[in-house]
Design a binder for this molecule. Sequence first.
Ligand SMILES: Cc1ncc(COP(=O)(O)O)c(C=O)c1O
Length: 470
Amino acid sequence: MWFAMEQAQNVYELSDRLIKAISGWPPYPSPEDDIEDLINLGADVNRLHGTFLPLHCACMVSDAECIELLLEKGARVNDRDGYGRAAIHYAAERDPLCLELLLAHGADINAGDGNRDTALHWASFKNNIPCVKLLLQHGAIVDVKDFNNDTPLGWAARKGNLGVIKLLLNFVGHITIEITVAMPSEDGLITMEEIKAAQSVLSQSPLKVHRTPLMKQVTPIYPQIDPSVDLYLKLENMQTTGSFKIRGVANQMSNLPKEVMSGNRKLGFGISVTQALTSELKNVVDSLVEKEGHIYFHSFDDLALIAGYGSCALEVLDECSDPDIVLVCCGGGGLVSGIAAGIKLSGKDACRVYAVEPEGSRTMYESFKEGEPVSMSVKSVAAGLSPPFAGTLTYKHCRKFVEEVLLVSDTELIETMRTFYNTGLVVEPSGCAAMTALLYGKVPDVKNKKVVVVVTGGNVTIEEMSQMLH
Ligand SMILES: Cc1ncc(COP(=O)(O)O)c(C=O)c1O
């Protein structure tokens, strides 16, 4: 009896060490155990440890050699982990070599995970073109739907993964997009009608744009903030795809040129890389559009995109009708342009909207100083806030609707990420800028004011976060 218990304890301990040795993730110490030795000593290659299985861990770290060894030692290729996922779901996100190994050992290519998402869903979502190709070659079903009725194409579209979209379309054959064409306003700025039209487009978009939560009266959670401030957090980190961007993209897609939709111009997707100096970028893009008929979706300097972002302001005003201050993270300036326009065009003239940029990528700040949009070299931990130039349209909108540009340091951004994390919110550095300005006293005249902070994105992995917060 004692012997049996001791033996079970031993297998448990060895299996635990096996998982740690394979994954080597934080918070585990670096693996010193030899994987093969552990298996030979009796570690169970099919033991679910916590949430994961050894084979899944090997897929997560893309270790093809380890996958081969585990399979050789009897790991079952289609076993599920605590999330209902099989090893193939992890491999499909990451590595074609690992994926191929699993397929060669009988992995079920069309198995759905706990949410009925297949390997093709995951590869499409993660923009892993080699894995998508491999799965299609091996007969993955393309129009399979998960619990939310999402197909792999839907996932790729949500993330704007054009290369994957093209591959999938070759198999599906067609796509239907509903179109409304926005008319630019006379002064080149978006109008309230366009913002409202965008809001209606988003509410019906197949890309599943959410109305995100507005956390109300949360000042007591943040003791660093003057208690007289009435703080609201607009949680765009909980938006589909983990950031506000889908609002703009969904509206851009619904504003494609008429001839595309009428079928007179072919809609194709693809990836080819053209390198250009920043100073020549615009000319190169213009020439691709003009000579080769490409459609260009600018990632911040675009009226349809800005109107889509305006929908975020309308949602805020629905629940907090008279904010005194709205703080928005700013990169190229698309988001703050849309939100500021939405606030001001709703008649909230007294509300101050501030754009917040990192000190190391202060393009809008410098543009305000220079009186025109500038280009400059940039460096910040907040990659999303670091395009090397301010947009022409965004500059124009910011001059009209934004009070001032505030600056925060990278160290402050990281500390804000920690503060958010400690209060239960996962926010990437770019999504922290607006809150940073408030936490570090950069916003003028906040006493007794109702302040809305837009938390713009949560796309950060545990590994990236632990590296930045160490
Ligand atoms: C999380 C996050 N916040 C804010 C921004 C800034 O948006 P914009 O370039 O429209 O100013 C970005 C841009 O990528 C982002 O990823």
